[in-house]
Write a protein that binds this ligand. Structure first.
Ligand code: KG4
Ligand code: ZN
Length: 394
């Protein structure tokens, strides 16, 4: 009898990942090869380098995932692969590998949207932790907040599959992109999220009143051309403006604040230290060795403002839709302050909030294999012409 084993493959950005998940609910292995060291000295992901690194990593990463799970190719029932959104060349490495393996082993391929994967990272862990008898999937408002996306969806179980309705999104940069840009501006390491997360603990979050404007009228949005990679993946015209985000201005606000205060963060010497593989600070002394107190305060204020804006719009959207369950997922969901504040606010509103563990918040392949399970059950397999869809919307 089939064990319901799905091999998940993820290569949409800068992580090459493979995982074996049983029946969409038990993770037998999850292997992630990060390319952070390759891209760090450029302060961002370089697409050509990403493709090359995926090519190098894909075979050993899949082998490691099978070995860790204690299974062989013959035990697999299907291969799930991210087909978009993401970098075209990077996606193609995973897709080509999945198709070749499927052909050689006569296995079906299941194409998965990366954003659906992020949502299933939470569902997978909930199923893993709850006894089967108590498992029931109810509709949820999902905030997918990462380096490429800041999107709100209403996720509803529909027969074997899930149905997603876009509720809100960023008009320009993603929240993670704002973290990465501000960190780069201040001479911190890459990616910026974990650095700012670590440093923010040692600053005063109320020191600088960074503010986000409420996007008011829908009329302004009609015909507006998408400006960044994040904006391309979904339409905006029909969305309630209360649930729209904009993170492209905060970098300028941070820069202006630094200039006005005549402050300097980092320096060439420190940047060199960071690029040599330094890690985010763990103590206040280490944080102060990186930047003076006013910079620590500004970093804490930046994070406080971003998390506050994410909270305000997510809870408002949940309330307006009558959803009592919130899922927060994607790289930024690993953020300590975000988790604490969402967890504190939810019971006040009679809602429940869940996050994946930090390891499953950032890109991984367990979420791809988990998202594929309902499609496997209903026999929704990809055609042999499957190719990369860099701007795929959910
Ligand atoms: O989901 P992910 O691994 O890749 C994308 O699909 O984009 O997310 C990566 C993003 C980066 O922008 C990174 O700075 C951010 O997630 N990130 C964080 C934290 N850890 C990663 N942002 C804030 N706090 C963190 N602890
Ligand atoms: Zn992602």
């Amino acid at each position: 009898m089939s064990r319901g084993l799905i091999l998940g493959i993820e290569s949409s950005c800068d992580e090459t990942a493979a995982s074996v998940v049983e029946r969409g609910s038990r993770t037998l292995s999850s292997v992630v090869a990060s390319q952070i060291a390759t891209h760090a000295r450029f302060g961002g992901v370089v697409p050509e380098l990403a493709s090359r690194e995926h090519l190098r990593a894909i075979v050993p990463v899949v082998r490691a995932a099978l070995a860790e799970a204690g299974v062989g190719f013959d035990d697999l029932d299907a291969i799930a692969v991210t087909s978009g959104p993401g970098l075209a060349g990077a996606l193609l490495v995973g897709i080509s590998y999945a198709k070749a393996l499927a052909f050689a082993r006569n296995l079906p391929v299941i194409a998965i949207n990366h954003l659906e994967g992020h949502i299933h990272a939470v569902l997978l862990e909930e199923r893993q932790n709850a006894p089967a008898s108590t498992q029931q999937d109810e509709p949820a408002l999902a905030l997918v907040v990462s380096g490429g996306h800041t999107h709100l969806y209403l996720a509803e179980p529909a027969h074997e599959a899930w149905h997603y309705k876009l509720i809100g999104r960023t008009l320009d940069d993603a929240a993670g992109e704002a973290y990465d840009k501000v960190a780069k501006l201040l001479g911190l390491g890459y990616p910026g999220g974990p650095w700012i997360d670590a440093i923010a603990r040692f600053g005063d979050p109320k020191a600088v009143p960074f503010a986000f404007a409420q996007i008011k009228a829908k009329a302004h949005l009609h015909g507006k051309a998408p400006r960044t990679k994040a904006a391309k993946t979904a339409p905006i015209a029909d969305l309630d403006p209360h649930f729209l985000f904009s993170f492209s201005g905060i970098k300028t606000a941070v820069l202006r604040h630094v200039e006005l205060q005549g402050m300097r963060a980092g320096g060439d010497e420190r940047i060199a230290k960071i690029l040599a593989g330094d890690r985010p600070p763990k103590t206040k002394e280490e944080a102060l060795a990186l930047a003076p107190q006013p910079i620590l305060d500004m970093i804490a204020s930046f994070q406080h403002a971003v998390v506050g804006d994410l909270m305000k719009k997510t809870f408002a959207a949940a309330e307006s839709l009558g959803a009592t369950r919130i899922l927060v997922t994607g790289g930024v969901a690993a953020n300590r302050e975000l988790r604490e504040r969402f967890a504190a606010e939810a019971p006040r509103r009679h809602m429940r909030v869940s996050f994946p563990t930090p390891a499953l918040s950032t890109d991984n392949a367990a979420m791809i294999a988990a998202a594929a399970w309902p499609r496997f059950v209903s026999g929704e397999f990809a055609a042999s012409a499957l190719s990369a869809e860099p701007s795929l919307a959910l």
